[in-house]
Design a protein around this ligand. Structure first.
Ligand code: AMP
Ligand code: MG
Length: 415
């Protein structure tokens, strides 16, 4: 039998794909979610789908940046500790006072931070440079015109673009949109991610274990990782190793998922690999090897009329975790029409030597700090205890089989 005649078990290509090639296949298949209008209070974590411009100049009126006295600066010209200028205090303007205020030359008006600068005043003397008087005030230092004044438009001009479409709404951008007077904004929303674990061996944490069983950690981990990446994530209860059950379990989730993730059931050919068995029939999900460790068997495609992207991640928890960070995370960003979710990469010095299989890129769990990275012991893809100690993934390139202590490596910083 020639190789071409070997029945395809759903693995698209026998030569493994690179991590980049697999990621590119995924990103090509993803269509960004349709923009929706959301209340500003709901916009955090969404990606802006319009430009936000300043409705008015920011600030919209000249105001004081300090508590003090609004004055005409020329009235303070020769003030000093020894011979202070003494001015009568003619009233007070607090933040939020909305009248029209006028300073008479040769007088001062007490003024608070954020309060309107009265017409006729061109500077504010901070209270610290005075005796704080309320009938009259002694001024111990002269001020230049504009001292402690925030001019209208000094932050942004009316009509200026403050936020560009495509930016993720973090607290800073929420503040800008609110300051621009926006009650709602058009955004690509947080994607809804549904996570399913498969495996007859899985039981719920909190229930007793019998030998042969393990507690399901993947669905909790992946849902948490998806949330950390800005998605709304839901975990569905464990799906047993029954090919007839997998597809219905996925289809049931389609109407409330923008992205589906399964774990388990995609190994290299066992009859218990039910996810692969069930999805192979659809013809829209491709299983392939990716030249990485952990996480070689990967499946990706779309399902249902809405072509919801589906990831079938390997079952070993560390493999599922690394696969999520490399492939699902950028897909979540792509659903929001952006690419800002790549893990930051830094260079660091290995504090110990590492090994890696030839032809596969390793992502070893490590602890990064002060420009150094320490590989953890327990690099098996089931060794979740070591994963729990890691804050970084050490990259060992495909061509390397070992790297000595002291080598400089690329390290992905875990979120
Ligand atoms: P599989 O990919 O289904 O062959 O599973 C590979 C390994 O990962 C097996 O040892 C499974 O018991 C383990 N595994 C699969 N799913 C989970 C899960 N949800 N939580 C923890 N371990 C899992
Ligand atoms: Mg399994």
């Amino acid at each position: 039998m020639t190789e071409a005649a070997v029945p395809n078990d759903g693995v698209a290509d026998t030569s493994p794909a690179t991590v980049e090639a697999h990621r590119a296949t995924i990103l090509r298949a993803i269509t960004p979610l349709r923009p929706v209008s959301v209340e500003l209070a709901e916009a955090e974590g969404c990606v802006l789908a319009e430009d936000v411009t300043a409705a008015v100049s920011l600030p919209s009126f000249d105001n004081s940046s300090m508590d003090g006295y609004a004055v005409s600066s020329s009235d303070t010209n020769h003030s000093s500790e020894r011979s202070p200028a003494t001015l009568p205090v003619k009233g007070e303007i607090a933040a939020g006072d909305t009248g029209v205020f006028q300073l008479v030359p040769g007088t001062a008006i007490r003024i608070m931070t954020g309060a309107q600068l009265p017409a006729g005043a061109d500077a504010v003397v901070p209270v610290e440079w005075t005796n704080g008087g309320s009938q009259t005030v002694e001024i111990y230092r002269g001020v230049e015109p504009g001292n402690a004044v925030r001019y209208a438009g000094g932050d942004a001009a009316a009509g200026e673009t403050l936020l560009r479409q495509g930016i993720r709404m973090r607290p800073m951008q929420i503040a800008v949109a609110a300051s621009a007077g926006r009650k709602s904004v058009r955004v690509r929303p947080r994607p809804r991610v549904v996570v399913l674990s498969t495996g007859n061996e899985l039981t719920e944490p909190g229930t007793p274990l019998v030998p042969g069983q393990i507690w399901d950690s993947n669905s909790y981990m992946i849902a948490a990782a998806a949330r950390e990446a800005g998605a709304h994530a839901y975990r569905r209860s464990v799906v047993p190793d029954d090919p007839a059950g997998v597809l219905p379990a996925l289809e049931e989730q389609l109407h409330h998922a923008d992205l589906l993730v399964t774990t388990g059931g995609v190994s290299m050919g066992g009859e218990h690999d039910v996810v692969k068995a069930a999805l192979r029939e659809l013809g829209t999900v491709t299983f392939r090897k990716v030249a990485m460790q952990p996480g070689m068997p990967q499946g990706f495609g779309t399902i249902g009329e809405a072509r919801v992207p589906l990831f079938t991640l390997p079952g070993n928890p560390v493999s599922a975790f690394v696969s999520f960070q490399l492939f699902v995370r950028p897909a979540i960003a792509a659903l929001q029409g952006t690419d800002d979710l790549g893990l930051p990469s830094v260079r660091a010095t290995l504090t110990a030597g590492v090994r890696s299989p030839e032809g596969r890129r390793s992502y070893l769990r490590g602890v990064l700090g002060d420009g150094e990275v320490t590989p953890l012991s327990g690099q098996g893809s089931h060794q979740i205890a070591a994963l729990g100690r890691a804050n970084a993934l050490i990259i060992v390139p495909e061509r390397e089989t070992q790297l000595p202590q002291g080598d400089t490596v690329d390290v992905l910083v875990l979120p």
